[in-house]
Write a protein that binds this ligand. Structure first.
Ligand code: ATP
Ligand code: MG
Length: 221
């Protein structure tokens, strides 16, 4: 019999990917004993204006380069391939069909907690995956504690008085404390625009790709 795998999922723009993503992912792999971790670059984003973002094929290519050294890391283009806006709930539904015997663990940085209640069908995420929130410098991780204590963002739930539904017991939500690394793609994009180096914030092959393709206002080399 094939052993069920524990598969971590890390969605993001990865515009560009950086060592903050990679360390967070590796710490999750170790702490949660994951067999694999899928990086899932977003396609059309429901909140971020598409015009301001690097085209999906570049973000996909950079993410592939960033993870190339770690055998437990993989990239999925499931959201980029989907026509129209990609919602996390739809991705989870698809992946749970693709990996019916496996356990899915959705990893979220603490910065996403404030907007989680705006996600499509956010209450149903736990029907398909465990949810694990990781701290991130500059963001309040306390909502993660309320997740851990079993109250799914109670204080941020829409004020419609709807009760929090009972979830299938097999899924949990929790918080994972990781080493703080204050790196963001926003900061990297800003540095690139200013003509400053992003060396040591992201793997060298990502920087080489950015230069080769003249991304983020870089002169093509
Ligand atoms: P941007 O500044 O463009 O939003 P970002 O650095 O936040 O980029 P994303 O691609 O938006 O990167 O993030 C993907 C996932 O990785 C999210 O869950 C986010 O919370 C998490 N993440 C990103 N950077 C870090 C970090 N330095 N530490 C912990 N988690 C992080
Ligand atoms: Mg972000």
């Amino acid at each position: 019999m094939i052993q069920a795998q524990r598969i971590g999922l890390m969605g993001g723009s990865f515009d560009p990917p950086h060592h903050g993503h990679l360390r967070a992912a590796l710490e999750a792999v170790e702490a949660l004993r994951l067999d694999r971790l899928l990086f899932i670059p977003t396609g059309a984003h429901p909140f971020k204006g598409e015009s301001q973002r690097m085209p999906p094929q570049h973000r996909l290519a950079m993410t592939r380069l960033a993870i190339a050294d770690e055998p437990r890391f993989d990239v999925s283009d499931i959201e980029i391939q989907r026509a129209g806006t990609a919602y996390t709930i739809d991705t989870l539904r698809d992946l749970s069909q693709q990996f019916p015997a496996d356990e899915l663990i959705l990893l979220l940085g603490a910065d996403l907690l404030g907007e989680l209640h705006l996600w499509k069908d956010w209450r149903e995420l736990l029907e398909y995956a465990h949810l694990c929130v990781m701290n991130r410098p500059g963001y309040d991780a306390r909502p993660a504690c309320s997740l851990a204590s079993g109250v799914l963002l109670k204080h941020q739930a829409p004020p419609d008085g709807e009760p929090i539904p009972d979830y299938d017991d097999q899924y949990f939500y929790g918080a994972l404390t990781i080493r703080d690394l204050e790196i963001s793609s926003t900061d990297l994009r800003q540095r690139l625009r200013q003509g400053r180096s992003i060396r040591y914030f992201t793997p060298e092959p990502v920087i080489a790709y950015i230069q080769e393709h003249g991304l983020y206002g870089q002169a093509t080399q």
